[in-house]
Write a protein that binds this ligand. Structure first.
Ligand code: MYR
Length: 185
């Protein structure tokens, strides 16, 4: 029998991370599959995934702000960069590029070349209208609402639908000014 070579701590840690990522991906797949069974209509599943993401996003923002030490962004451009380079990295292990800005600086796209949520996923013909990653758009919308930004977050391109990348459009609808909590007397 061949001797078993001891593995370094780094190798074991990398393996645990990979297994965690796969477990996360497979668990998400199981949730989507269950929703498809329960709700039957693909449109309803899209809505439900977005709502689930929103509910996660409004809580996750606290963890994000605490762990990232990110301070207030000066404008929406900076916010989009923070989501693309820090937020996605922290929670999904990937980054995105930010592009397609409109002249007002209120609409842009995040382009994800890599998306761990869709590893192992292939949509059957019956699910063609499904926005499989709608949980992510909901997370971003919920998180931004907690820092006073009302947004519309929409998938414009989706590799599961045959596109060449994942493109998530962020549209800033309204920036609610934060009220100073104390009266100046
Ligand atoms: C601020 O101006 O207060 C900072 C705003 C930073 C918002 C960052 C939102 C992070 C959302 C994480 C998305 C993760 C998706 C998996």
């Amino acid at each position: 029998m061949a001797p078993v070579a001891p593995r370094s701590g780094d190798a074991i840690f990398a393996n645990v991370e990979r297994v965690n990522a796969e477990l996360f991906t497979l668990t998400y797949g199981a949730i989507v599959r269950q929703l498809l069974t329960d709700l039957e209509e693909v449109e309803e599943v899209n809505k439900q995934l977005d709502q689930m993401g929103y509910n996660i996003g409004i809580r996750l923002i606290d963890e994000f702000l605490a762990k990232s030490n990110v301070s207030r962004c000066v404008d929406f451009k900076e916010t989009a960069e923070v989501i693309a380079k820090v937020g996605l990295k922290m929670f999904l292990g990937v980054t995105a590029s930010v592009t397609n800005w409109d002249v007002e600086g209120t609409t842009c796209s995040l382009i994800l070349e890599d998306n761990p949520l869709v590893d192992f996923v292939e949509l059957p013909d019956t699910c063609q209208g499904l926005y499989y990653c709608n949980i992510l758009s909901g997370v971003v919308r919920g998180a931004l609402e907690m820092v006073s930004m009302k947004t519309e977050v929409t998938w414009l391109r989706d590799m599961l639908r045959g596109d060449d990348a994942f493109e998530l459009q962020l549209k800033l609808l309204k920036q609610v000014p934060e009220e100073y909590p104390y009266k100046d007397d």
